[in-house]
Design a binder for this molecule. Sequence first.
Ligand SMILES: Nc1ncnc2c1ncn2[C@@H]1O[C@H](COP(=O)(O)OP(=O)(O)OP(=O)(O)O)[C@@H](O)[C@H]1O
Ligand SMILES: [Mg+2]
Length: 603
Amino acid sequence: MLADILAHGSRIGVFSENESLLATSIQAVFQQPEVEVVSIYNRQGKLLREQRAVGVAATKRTAEGTEGDDILSKLEELSSSLSSQYIDSGESMEFWSLVTISSTYPDAESLIIADHPQPTQKRVIGIARIIVGKAALNRRLNVMMANSVLIGFVFLVLGCIIIYILTIRITRPLNRLTSGVQMLGEGNLGEKVSVETEDEIGRLALAFNQMSASLQKRETEKTQLEAQLRLSQRMEAIGSIAGGIAHDFNNVLATIMGYAQMGRLPKADEGSMKNHFKEIIQACYRARDLVVQILVFSRRQKLELHPALIQPTVEESLGMLKGPLPDAVTIQQEYEPGLHYIMSNATQVHQIVDNLGRNAIHAMTERGGTLSVKLCEIEIGEGDPRLSNELQPGRHQLLEISDTGHGIPDTIKDSIFDPFFTTKEPGKGTGMGLSVVHGIVKSHGGKIEFDSTPATGTEFRIYFPVHKEGAEQTDAAPSVTRPENILFVDDEQSLVTIGTKLLQSLGFSVVGKTDGIDALEAFQSDPDQFDLIITDNMMPKLTGLELAREVKRKRPDLPIIVCTGFSHTMSDSTIEEHGIDALVTKPLTSEGISATIEEVFAE
Ligand SMILES: Nc1ncnc2c1ncn2[C@@H]1O[C@H](COP(=O)(O)OP(=O)(O)OP(=O)(O)O)[C@@H](O)[C@H]1O
Ligand SMILES: [Mg+2]
């Protein structure tokens, strides 16, 4: 462009070959710092004017050494196409541009002769050349490049900052919403998200807050409803158990009342009197069993586990079941020899057999059948499908109680262990049997499961962990030293009388006391005279526990049995601390107290 401007600007100078005019045009070109040499030639190739930048060697005339003929040939070459040209010579660049003029008259004669101007024609009158140093150009190029990079970088940084700000503005409410949803998911129902904008996210946050509020409202309603449901379930349960207890107790009372009244009849002879008393005692046993059931269920009956063989208890319980056994029902028993001890409580094992046995007999009342009881030992290894939270690997005693009764319909299989669930008529069953059994099995560290096919029968299986691998059953019963002299203490005179008589009927010699202090004095007068003390706990002057502590100071070996209404009032540590050997629940029965005495002396 510079060469073209120079060629155009130097038209008149070339035409008139006026050096000073050319010098002015050339001077203007040197405004550009990278221009090194500027030359202007006429049409004949004669150098009209040439100028160099300061410091450019005189020898550096042209990149290709163009001179004379070369100029002419260059003129011819460019004139044919009337174009400019540049030549890159490595260090510098040469720009060639033709100096042309336009004329409407082709020559001098036509200026005078021609009537009409001819169409304008371009005539080449010379050529201009500019040599530009590449180093300077490169420098400018580099500066431009550096500037471009810098500007690009600045724009990039600015762009990033803007994008970052925009992203933050968009994502902050989204993040808040997300964390709100997360909190909601974790159960913080009151969680609210601040609504900052009115766009979609703002509307979403608003909707979220409304949802959270309504969820919270529903949760409150749900809690209230649950509480109401629990309350009504409890009321229903209490009603159902109260109904069952009332019914059973009424029956017991009616029996006692009936036989007692019959005893008062003037005609009663000794034989019928004995029968009446027998019936009254039976009725009292039923009432006692009912109380035990309720206590076990409400977990107020303290569960004491001792290493023992359960086979005798199972056999004994089955023997007791034979009483209510319909004719068409037979009992089969099978015991594996060499069974081990298990940590168990005889009363409760009895409860298990009794409840399962009664259920089985009830299921067979109409058609009759067989009640089979089997006790054996099995090894439950790792990977056994029966393993669960309740059943750990190891040796177990398996008690199977099965019947050929009507079976359990599939629809109620999930409910039979529920407390108060019964299919018996109102007043006939409490529905607590299986739930009591389940509780006992659990407290023995065992597991209960069952299979039942309607019309074919039902099988209950109970797994008890074996106490010690090595503790094999020995045929010889543990040697028991039987006590002879017993001190019996209770603050109620009537209970002392009954207790004394009961123990005497079992063959013991008994001293009865109605006061803890009296009892202690009787003991202190001759500490070796008694082999066993049986005492009530709640006594006004000296409690059973205090009496036990005093006695144990003198004779730590003297066994003490404490009678209680509810054993839950005594913790294990209290019992241990006072050296109590056993607890019995009131009312005392001859079987119960003799079993406890036997247990204490066996230990
Ligand atoms: N061996 C069985 N055969 C058929 N059904 C059974 C058997 N054992 C239990 N059931 C069903 O399970 C229900 C609940 O038994 P559970 O022993 O808990 O209470 P119940 O026997 O009805 O009442 P209760 O034990 O107080 O007399 C029974 O009513 C009965 O429907
Ligand atoms: Mg039952």
